[in-house]
Design a protein around this ligand. Structure first.
Ligand SMILES: Cc1ncc(COP(=O)(O)O)c(C=O)c1O
Length: 323
């Protein structure tokens, strides 16, 4: 377990652990495989393994090359698996990094747990490490403590932050298997895991994380999360036949739907208009372009969710274009 202070740093640490592992066992590998539309942070390393676009275009010359597998969109899951099998066959890939079950900033894109199970199987076959970036999906977001549980897999490296302190104070942790730890644990100082920061395992942040863990241990958190998931699924139901929206989707406590518009995408004009529309009604919903999503705090009430869904319905009538 290696502590740091943000989701981005937890991913940087994960990437360094993967490369350090292969170097220290004397079989260097340096290629990272990534999933299309991913987001892993805003540092140079994490931008390199995330989707390229307007947000990182200025820094492109500094970003390292990666192999990209397609997003497993419904009906195209096998393409993702085939591509991963192909890029990992030459055994140059150190790691595959994924956001398990839900790609957040990429548009709340959801894929089935079975794909994750298969990705792990292929990774094992080729000796490629699996890095699970659970920065957003961890701590109950997808319905289980970690999303990987739903795929019945244990990643080689797991990144966690955000929910680790209940979203209150900056803290992150990168967890690795014993094999990766042992590859760095040596009297040979060249094998040291060289990463440190002034605020690593900051005691106040750790106290907040411990308080969060106590809540998980002592309170019926799993039941609350299941109840919130059910509310989200029920809330979305009214949009299934609404022509102003498409792709209604829910995974655990996360609900998302796309507003039909003639110009979709993250930078679509509609994004700021929608945000202003919701703010006027006292609601803080931050759309990703035309993608509307609700990722509420676990203390949200059914009545509050209803207000949000009512406003989304109204927004559909105001801004949506019917097919
Ligand atoms: C999946 C994922 N990874 C990494 C990050 C980066 O975390 P931070 O903003 O704490 O650096 C985020 C942030 O939203 C995220 O959603």
């Amino acid at each position: 377990m290696f502590y740091s202070d943000s989701g981005s740093t937890s991913v940087e640490v994960a990437l360094k652990m993967a490369l350090g592992y292969f170097r220290n066992i004397g079989a260097p590998r340096s290629r990272i495989v990534v999933m299309e539309h991913s987001y892993h942070g805003d540092t140079i390393g994490t931008m390199s393994v995330g989707a390229r676009g307007v947000f990182n275009a200025a820094y492109e010359p500094l970003l390292f090359e990666v192999d990209t597998i397609p997003f497993p969109a419904p009906g195209r899951e096998q393409k993702t698996l085939d591509r991963f099998e192909a890029v990992s066959r030459n055994r140059r890939a150190a790691a595959l990094i994924v956001e398990p079950l839900v790609l957040g900033a990429g548009g709340m894109l959801m894929y089935p747990a079975s794909v994750l199970t298969e990705l792990k199987r292929i990774a094992e076959t080729s000796g490629t490490l699996l890095i699970a970036d659970e920065v957003m999906t961890g701590w109950g977001r997808t319905g289980t403590l970690f999303a990987c549980e739903q795929a019945s897999i244990s990643p080689d490296i797991l990144c966690t932050s955000k929910g680790l302190t209940g979203g209150t104070i900056p803290l992150a942790a990168t967890l690795s298997t014993d094999a990766i730890f042992q590859a760095h644990y040596s009297l040979d100082r060249k094998k040291t895991f060289f990463h440190s920061s002034s605020y690593t395992a900051n005691p106040i942040a750790c106290a907040a994380a411990l308080a969060n863990v106590e809540i998980w241990n002592d309170e019926p958190v799993a039941e609350r999360i299941a109840a919130l998931g059910a509310l989200q699924a029920a809330g979305l139901r009214r949009f299934h036949d609404n022509p102003c929206f498409s792709d209604c989707r829910v995974t655990g406590t996360i609900a998302a739907l796309d507003l039909r518009t003639s110009s979709p995408g993250y930078l679509a004009e509609i994004g700021p208009k929608l945000r202003a529309f919701f703010l006027e009604r006292g609601l803080l919903i931050r759309p990703l372009g035309n993608v509307l999503y609700l990722l509420p705090p676990y203390c949200v009430t059914g009545a509050e969710l209803d207000r949000l869904y009512d406003a989304i319905e109204e927004a559909g009538e105001r801004f949506g274009s019917k097919p």
